[in-house]
Design a protein around this ligand. Structure first.
Ligand SMILES: [Zn+2]
Ligand SMILES: [Zn+2]
Length: 338
């Protein structure tokens, strides 16, 4: 099969012929139809996940395809089922996190396309337990980004005590933010987009379900959000430690700031009283669990939440990766296999 392979860090991917993976009794073999190219794949090439990965490696953790073969002990999936694979796999199923439905916290997990071969290939394999069936309404190309970007922005709604009618502000209208706005709208939030650039704010209002928009290019954005009553939830998808520090001041009492994107700089947080007084919280969120994955797809199918994508053939994986590195896709890049 064809695969785009990372053979050396900081070097272009190589298109290679490699053997189709053999599966174990609890695995499924997947014929990949689409695989998203995520910002994390750029980090992988840049050696940022060196402790977790060994080369050569096939990247890709936003996989959507069709089951080609099931392991002999898999009796609930069959050849032809449309499935996808997210960031975490090989979760154990019995640790304290797995039994609570929080498999993303499982200490045994391995990472698709980082510690194991992923989806920049015509075939891939995964344990049957860690794949999720894709609803018929969602195409492979549009499903792929939901397995990382979509899952990452949907999952916090399960952990912040969110209720319909609350105000959710999304900082950054990009690969994560354009999905976060759609999910917030679908779940019944009063939705506010906070971003730079008139074109993005207009898009947020017209197409992505934002009820209000705020330009974040001046520090006044915090006051503007406060004047609207503050946000019960802020989903921070912008790579800016400065904005994350400011965002605390835009929270309503009981509000939660959720950090979803990274700038490798310290965040200056305000005085402890700003958190204590209003019982405000700051939390991070890594991807999501298999339970959250299923909900992400169900909500997306039911409410028409879809990523805006550009597609590239597998052969052009390196160009797609460079496009992502340069922040060019509006808003997610997806590889397609013929
Ligand atoms: Zn990702
Ligand atoms: Zn576990």
């Amino acid at each position: 099969m064809k695969a785009a392979v990372l053979t050396n860090y900081h070097q272009p991917l190589e298109l290679r012929d490699v053997s189709i993976p053999d599966i174990g009794p609890l695995d499924v073999l997947i014929k990949v139809h689409a695989c998203g190219v995520c910002g994390s794949d750029v980090h992988l090439v840049d050696e940022d996940f060196k402790e977790m990965s060994t080369l050569p490696l096939i990247p890709g953790h936003e996989i959507a395809g069709v089951i080609e073969q099931v392991g002999e002990q898999v009796n609930y999936l069959k050849k032809g089922d449309r499935v996808g694979v997210p960031w975490a796999q090989h979760t154990c199923g019995h640790c304290r996190y797995c039994v609570r439905g929080e498999s993303i916290l499982c200490p045994e997990q391995l990472v698709t396309g980082v510690s194991l071969n992923g989806g920049y290939a015509e075939y891939t394999k995964a344990p049957a337990r860690d794949v999720t069936v894709i609803p018929d309404e969602i195409s492979f190309e549009e499903a792929a980004p939901l397995f990382c970007a979509g899952l990452t922005v949907y999952t916090p709604f399960n952990y912040v005590g969110f209720k319909p009618g609350q105000t959710v502000a999304v900082m950054g209208v990009g690969g994560l933010g354009h999905l976060a706005l759609q999910f917030a709208h679908a779940l019944g939030a009063q939705t506010i987009a906070v971003s730079r650039g008139e074109d993005k704010l207009q898009l947020a209002k017209e197409k992505l379900g934002a009820d209000e928009v705020i330009d974040s290019s001046t520090d006044e954005w915090v006051q503007k959000l406060q004047q609207m009553g503050g946000a019960d939830v802020i989903l921070s998808t912008a790579n800016s430690s400065k904005l994350m520090g400011q965002a605390i001041h835009a929270l309503a009492p009981n509000g939660t700031l959720v950090l979803l994107a990274v700038e490798y700089k310290e965040i200056i947080f305000p005085s402890p009283m700003d958190l204590i007084g209003g019982r405000r919280r700051v939390m991070g969120n890594p991807s999501g669990s298999i339970k959250d994955m299923r909900e992400t797809l169900e909500v997306a199918a039911k409410h028409g939440v879809r990523p805006m994508i550009e597609t590239h053939p597998l052969e052009n994986a390196q160009q797609a990766l460079e496009h992502v590195r340069d922040g060019k896709p509006r808003f997610r890049a997806v590889l397609t296999m013929n």
